[in-house]
Design a protein. Structure first.
Length: 201
């Protein structure tokens, strides 16, 4: 699978991000975070503005900090319970059971996973690409989602950028959401958000 080379990374932005990223970034409920708290606020705003969203899928669970936040969003809003994939097995946080989060220990590109995802995504959903192959996750799963779904890519500007997904964005007439938050001080959420066109494939 293709990966962005280090030469393609905007070094200055990345170094600034590295030096400032500790702001609102550390642990959530005692679970190590790989993202800043501010991302929760932006996702919450996006869900407030997109009532068509009926479920959330996450690729890349790890210890589950983001999963718990996304699981809370599903629970409180009455969406389908979070579906989250990882190829590694982890000790599931206790909240997974309470929030009915479905942790699936399998490659997201495995045929069984793809069928599961298609079945879950029979309505517009929010899809978070946070596995180790974000470019492939974005370009592949965007095509499986219903129009008006939202797809997000973490590590924006580090592991994935516009040039890697431009064809997909054009093909599905995607609209950028909250672009001012993607890669800006002081919190650098390093995440992009896109909504598929209402009349797209
Ligand atoms: C960046 S971490 C996820 C971070 C997590 N969402 C968080 O915020 O704490 C990436 C994870 O993706 C998992 N992963 C890599 N390839 C995968 C695949 N094909 N299917 C499912 N998970 C995968 C890795 O095992 C790793 O745990």
């Amino acid at each position: 699978m293709s990966k962005i080379t280090t030469q393609e990374i905007d070094e200055l932005t990345y170094l600034k991000y590295r030096s400032e990223k500790r702001r609102w970034y550390g642990y959530f409920l005692g679970i190590y975070q790989r993202h800043t708290y501010w991302m929760y606020k932006v996702i919450d705003d996006i869900l407030n503005e997109n009532k068509q969203i009926k479920g959330i899928i996450e690729i890349g669970t790890i210890q589950g900090a983001l999963s718990i936040f996304l699981g809370l969003e599903c629970y409180e809003r009455g969406l389908k319970p979070l579906l989250t994939y990882d190829i590694k097995e982890f000790k599931e946080p206790k909240l997974f059971e309470l929030l009915k989060i479905r942790f699936i220990d399998r490659d997201c590109f495995h045929e069984t996973s793809v069928n599961e995802i298609k079945e879950y995504a029979d309505v517009p959903i929010f899809f978070m690409c946070d596995g180790d192959h974000k470019i492939e996750e974005f370009n592949y799963f965007a095509g499986l989602l219903k129009p008006d779904s939202i797809i997000a890519a973490h590590d924006w500007g580090i592991e994935i950028g516009l040039k890697n997904i431009l064809d997909t964005i054009n093909e599905y007439e995607m609209e950028a959401l909250h672009k001012e938050e993607w890669d800006s001080p002081p919190d650098y959420i390093k995440t992009s958000f896109w909504r598929k066109g209402k009349r797209s494939k």
